[in-house]
Design a protein around this ligand. Structure first.
Ligand code: NOJ
Length: 572
């Protein structure tokens, strides 16, 4: 395949070990990004061929969701071999080529690490099952005898995040009902026992394996879950999903997780900076503590203050801001979360992060198309024009905030969720386990359109593993390129402006300025942002020269009418 390795869009981002403080990081969901071999499933070859799109978009780094050897019970978040690529995605050679090409284009690569659980096909787990009770390999997971006269009841009352009990009973090698094992997610995802030194050693070794491969960091899956409260105590409450994110659970956000991340930070510190872009690493970066390699926590905690614990100076570098993702398109709510996020990160000197979409939630163009309060997994398309208008405005607001931002593939095209997928094509394990009550994550995972025509709109030549809706081609990269009103060009312009305009990017503060109700207005150095979250136009004094807006804006003589659901950027 022909590669176009031109100079990176931002040569400066290639020479800073603290690049992550203001990085825009683009999430690639490998099975749905681009299919290089025409089997209907995205792969590494497809990703490699499309890297120039990401360079042109203007992002700094790419986070790849799991591509490891896996039976795919949870779309790759069930890893059977942490050092191998699943054949559906390619080979280690392909991974190496992606990393090298990305670096040559000035893009960093962050890979997903899944340390809370393995696949039930992982060698340790398989051997633990085969060897039966008393096997030392069982200590690397949580095996327990059941309660009740014949051990027929689960060892405690914990419920799986995907619905049903968090325990599954095993069958002994002689065919008799045996011990139970813990799985906070699907039964195919047994939880590791992080009290066991072999588990700790193994993951430090896995980190080194991928650092040796040249990756720039890790997004750490379920970073809040590794350590469980001693004795695995009952919660005493059913319907535990409702407690998640609000209460401290005996399996989440336990203080013991932090020493694990402190030890990982030491591992990262052994590595020098990668060569990024044509100029390679800065001299100043060499030998410095982190060498530009980073750890990013997927940590769902009750408060932003608890999230900040994960990014103390000797732990991880960033943590996802799920409080922000869950905030409605409402000025007062947004302001509160923005303020509390910045305040929480300041004492630990970590950048705030911002995110609106990922592979686990309904895309923001669809969330904002629906009435607030429905949660983050929806089945209703809502008012698509309204959703897109708000999504564009929300993105521009997000990219104006101090810190680092995460984009999810396809949001640059303004893609909505596919809310009408027939149940029989859905593959999300949580959909099937919860009997359709929850788990609508397939809707945001539909392969993205690259071209107007073609069997799978340029995703590949052999169809797509989830059906793409009719009309998907009108939203494609090809259709939107060069159209100044398109969402793709808005993202490109925004990311380009972010690199050049003082006041955008790194930092930990902003100054709110006076604004009518429902409008957010703030300044940072020579930059100002105004976001109208109301459904009506508002008249404002123009803070400066208009740089960019998420919709058509008329600047008059010193004042401006900001349309409903519109964000504008200003040079002051
Ligand atoms: C979080 C991941 O983002 C999600 O997709 C996965 O199902 C769970 N962790 C379990 O690994």
């Amino acid at each position: 395949m022909t590669q176009h390795l031109a100079a990176p869009a931002a040569p400066d981002s290639g020479t800073r070990t603290d690049w992550w403080r203001d990085a825009v990081i683009y999430q690639v969901y490998p099975r749905s990004f681009a299919d290089g071999n025409g089997d209907g499933m995205g792969d590494l070859e497809g990703i490699r061929a499309r890297l120039p799109h990401l360079r042109d978009l203007g992002v700094d780094a790419v986070w790849l969701s799991p591509f490891y050897a896996s039976p795919q019970a949870d779309a790759g978040y069930d890893v059977a071999d942490y050092r191998a690529i699943d054949p559906m995605f390619g080979t280690l050679h392909d991974a190496d080529a992606v990393i090298r090409d990305a670096h040559a284009l000035g893009l960093r690569i962050i890979v997903d690490l899944v340390p809370n659980h393995s696949s039930d096909r992982h060698d340790w787990f398989q051997r633990a099952l085969k060897e039966g009770p008393g096997s030392p390999l069982r200590d690397r997971y949580h095996f327990r005898a059941g309660k009740g006269a014949d051990g027929e009841l689960p060892p405690n009352d914990w419920e799986s995040i995907f619905g049903g009990p968090a325990w599954t009973r095993t069958t002994d090698p002689d065919g008799a009902p045996g011990e139970w094992y813990l799985h906070l997610f699907a039964p195919e995802q047994p939880d590791f026992n992080w009290e066991h030194p072999a588990v700790r050693d193994e993951f430090r070794s896995i980190l080194r394996f991928w650092l040796d491969m040249g990756v720039d960091g890790f997004r750490v899956d379920v970073a809040h879950g590794l350590v469980k409260a001693e004795g695995l105590p009952d919660i005493g409450h059913h319907d535990q999903l409702k407690l998640l994110g609000n209460d401290t659970m005996p399996f989440f956000d336990q203080d013991g997780v932090h020493e694990i991340y402190r030890s990982w930070r030491h591992v990262l510190a052994e590595y020098a900076e990668n060569e990024i872009g044509p100029e390679g690493p800065s001299l100043e970066g060499r030998g410095r503590e982190t060498g530009g390699r980073v750890l990013v926590a997927e940590a769902w905690t009750p408060t932003v203050e608890r999230t900040a614990h994960y990014v103390r100076p000797d732990e991880m570098h960033q943590a996802f801001n799920f409080q922000y993702l869950g905030t409605h398109w409402d000025a007062a709510e947004l302001r509160e979360v923005i303020d509390s996020s910045l305040a929480a990160m300041r004492p630990v000197d970590a950048p705030a992060t911002w995110v609106l979409s990922n592979h686990d939630v309904t895309r923001h163009a669809t969330r904002f198309a629906n009435p607030p309060g429905l949660g983050t997994q929806l089945r209703t398309a809502g008012d698509r024009a309204l959703g897109l208008r708000r999504a564009r405005a929300a993105t521009l607001l997000m990219l104006a905030l101090p810190g680092s931002a995460y984009l999810y593939q396809g949001e640059e095209l303004g893609l909505p969720d596919v809310t009408d997928l027939p149940d029989e094509v859905r593959q999300d394990p949580s959909f099937h386990r919860a009997q359709g009550q929850d788990g609508f994550r397939d809707g945001c995972r539909v392969p993205i359109p690259w071209t107007v025509e073609g069997p799978s709109y340029g995703f590949g030549t052999g169809g797509s593993w989830l059906p793409q809706p009719a009309g998907w081609g009108e939203l494609s990269v090809e259709a939107q390129t060069g159209d100044p009103t398109s969402t793709l060009e808005l993202y490109r312009k925004a990311l380009q402006t972010r690199r050049t305009q003082p006041g955008l990017g790194a930092g930990d503060a902003l100054q709110w300025t006076e604004a009518p109700e429902g409008v957010l207005a703030f300044r940072r150095e020579d930059f100002a942002c105004t976001a109208n979250t109301t459904g009506e136009p508002v008249r404002l004094t123009a803070p400066g020269r208009l740089l960019l807006a998420s919709g058509p804006v008329d600047v008059g003589d010193g004042d401006v009418e900001l349309p409903a659901d519109t964000t504008a950027w200003w040079a002051v």
